[in-house]
Design a protein around this ligand. Structure first.
Ligand code: DSN
Length: 427
């Protein structure tokens, strides 16, 4: 590897960045060394289109075991009737669910991207918004909370085939039960995209989507702290609620087979067996009692960060958080999200600019930043560090043009990072 000096240097640069800066992007995390090792293993060599015992290639005996281990651990962790561990990403997981439940042009209701939803929940620039008739629901202008009256009205008017709950920048618990009431009222399938809180859900620190949701998708690399990838989970109550009726006419397989065939051959070819092995490790790690403690600390850290930012005079969407993420409204500070992201990065604090609900600015500029605590908590940081970090963030944002202060903050950040070692024996 060291012979490929350009690439080696780029990877080393990234390792140093991860070690010496505060990673506060709410959707990022640091996997364990075991996950890293397995994702870099020889499993990347193997083609294994199909599923264990039913592959289109020879030599799959060992990788069949890997996938079965991952699937069983995933089902145990999330108490699911069936898990598909092959989606390459959360977007692929969502695409496979749409292929299972919908025909092109069918109506779906999902949270507006600008209000905390996700690209694949109907954005016009995404396949979801182009293939299906997505109707977006907004959060309440005053509270920033999902407005169930509005969703009920939209559902009665548009009679969706599928309702989606969950998103990428919603700081509060997803209220699965309330969504179920609406889905029942209009006889719609209910899907939860738990990409952000899945680790918290696995740890019992966020309400469970069961028994309310029919189908659940997630990524594996956010609060769940696994490798980059996706999963699909089928609820135990699906059969009770819907019987054996296949969602799309002419397809009479049971639901688990339908989901599997939507993933492969529906939208993907060969699974990434090295990543599936990494998922298996992450699921096992998440089944340990320490993971529950970790998730409790993620939330406690986020609440401390939120409270301190509020005390420092910042407005938070929904006035706080129940989870790992906080959305800061900078509109009254006369700073754009873009400038805040850039100056915080200069100071060694990595965040992302983010639209706030009813934002007047474009997605490239924005009026907000999103911050989160999963990665810092993985490094071992606790509430005391969160108070210190909130003050550093404020120092940057209150002195946005002052290079001297930004350099001082960068040095404080580096010192803090040096007390919370990351990937010590790597390279
Ligand atoms: N891009 C992810 C996030 O940052 O939340 C969602 O896919």
């Amino acid at each position: 590897m060291k012979e490929d000096i350009k690439l080696f240097n780029a990877i080393t640069e990234e390792l140093n960045r991860e070690r010496n800066t505060l990673e506060m992007i709410a959707s990022e995390n640091f996997t364990s060394r075991n996950v890293l090792d397995v994702v870099g293993s020889i499993l990347t060599n193997k083609y294994a289109e199909g599923y264990p015992g039913k592959r289109y290639y020879g030599g799959c005996e060992a990788v069949d075991k890997v996938e079965n281990i991952a699937k069983q651990r995933c089902e145990e962790l999330f108490k699911a009737d069936h898990a598909n561990v092959q989606p390459h990403s959360g977007s692929q997981a969502n695409m496979a669910v749409f292929l299972t439940f919908l025909n092109p042009g069918d109506t779906v209701i999902g949270l507006n991207l600008a209000h905390g939803g996700h690209l694949t929940h109907g954005s016009k620039v995404n396949f979801s918004g182009q293939f299906y008739n997505f109707i977006s629901y907004n959060v309440d202008k005053e509270t920033g909370l999902v407005n169930f009256e509005e969703i009920m009205k939209l559902a009665k008017k548009h009679k969706p085939k599928l309702i989606i709950c969950g998103g990428s920048a919603y700081p509060r618990f997803i209220e699965f039960k309330e969504f179920r009431k609406i889905a029942d009222e209009v006889n719609s399938y209910l899907m939860a995209d738990i990409a952000h809180p899945s680790g918290l859900i696995a740890a019992g620190e966020h309400p469970s989507p069961w028994p309310y949701c029919d189908i659940v998708t997630s990524t594996t690399h956010k609060t769940l702290r696994g490798p980059r990838g996706g999963i699909i989970l089928l609820g135990n109550d699906f059969k009770n609620r819907w019987g054996i009726v296949a969602p799309k006419s002419g397809r009479v397989k049971n639901m688990s087979e339908l989901i599997d065939s939507s993933v492969m051959p529906g939208i993907q070819g060969g699974p990434l067996m090295h990543v599936i092995a990494g998922k298996a490790i992450a699921f096992k790690e998440a089944l340990q009692p320490e993971f529950k403690e970790y998730c409790k600390q993620i939330i406690s850290n986020a609440k401390t960060l939120a409270l301190t930012m509020k005390e420092l005079g910042y407005k938070l969407i929904t006035d706080g958080t129940d989870t790992h993420l906080i959305l800061i409204d900078l509109s009254d500070k006369k700073i754009t999200g873009r400038l805040a992201e850039s100056r915080l990065e200069d100071a060694g604090i990595t965040t992302n600019k983010n639209m706030i609900p009813y934002d007047q600015k474009s997605p490239f500029v924005t009026s907000g930043i999103r911050i989160g605590t999963p990665a810092l908590t993985s490094r071992g940081m606790k509430n005391q560090e969160m108070i210190f970090i909130a003050n550093l963030i404020d120092k940057v944002l209150s002195n946005i043009e002052n290079d001297k202060i930004i350099i001082d903050v960068k040095s404080d950040v580096k010192e803090l990072c040096s007390s919370f070692k990351l990937y010590e024996n790597l390279i």
